[in-house]
Unconditional design. Structure first.
Length: 160
């Protein structure tokens, strides 16, 4: 569960980093994340405080509440650069588990790889995309998915 919270926090950080030029919603992705936590059954008071912040916000206005939530839940500081890697890893796990069809999982993984500017460390995404036929089962790409997970799990990836 904690991994999912961290993934969603990194997604909020990515939205906060990517969207500010579009509109003045700075900080709101973190409030939305806190609301999502409440929907997941988290009852911590710091989460409740962050979730009720409204109005035009900046990230700095929510930072104090966000730090309290991170401490209470034992999470790391948000990292927008880590999100695409974590998302790719999550998609690979869900595809292996059968939650996503091989075609849907691979399409989503490929989109994340493009977002990462075709990181050479994840070239396996291209191999899988070229190899998979519409009628193939998971076994056709299972070895490559496992290599992808191993690549993303390497300690040398550092800032993921």
């Amino acid at each position: 569960m904690k991994e999912r919270w961290q993934l969603e926090l990194d997604r909020a950080a990515a939205r906060d980093a990517w969207e500010p030029r579009l509109h003045a919603r700075h900080g709101e992705p973190f409030v939305d994340w806190a609301l999502w936590l409440l929907e997941q059954g988290v009852t911590d008071e710091s989460v409740q405080i962050l979730a009720v912040l409204r109005g035009p916000l900046s990230r700095w206005e929510v930072e104090s509440s966000l730090r309290r939530v991170l401490f209470a839940l034992g999470l790391e500081a948000p990292n927008p650069e880590r999100f695409p890697y974590e998302q790719t890893c999550d998609l690979a796990r869900r595809t292996i588990a059968g939650e996503l069809s091989p075609q849907a999982g691979l399409a989503a993984i490929y989109r994340e790889w493009k977002r990462l500017d075709y990181d050479p460390a994840l070239k396996i995404c291209y191999v899988m995309e070229e190899k998979l036929e519409p009628t193939d089962s998971l076994e056709a790409i299972l070895p490559e998915l496992q290599v992808l997970l191993a690549t993303l799990s390497e300690p040398s990836r550092g800032e993921r």
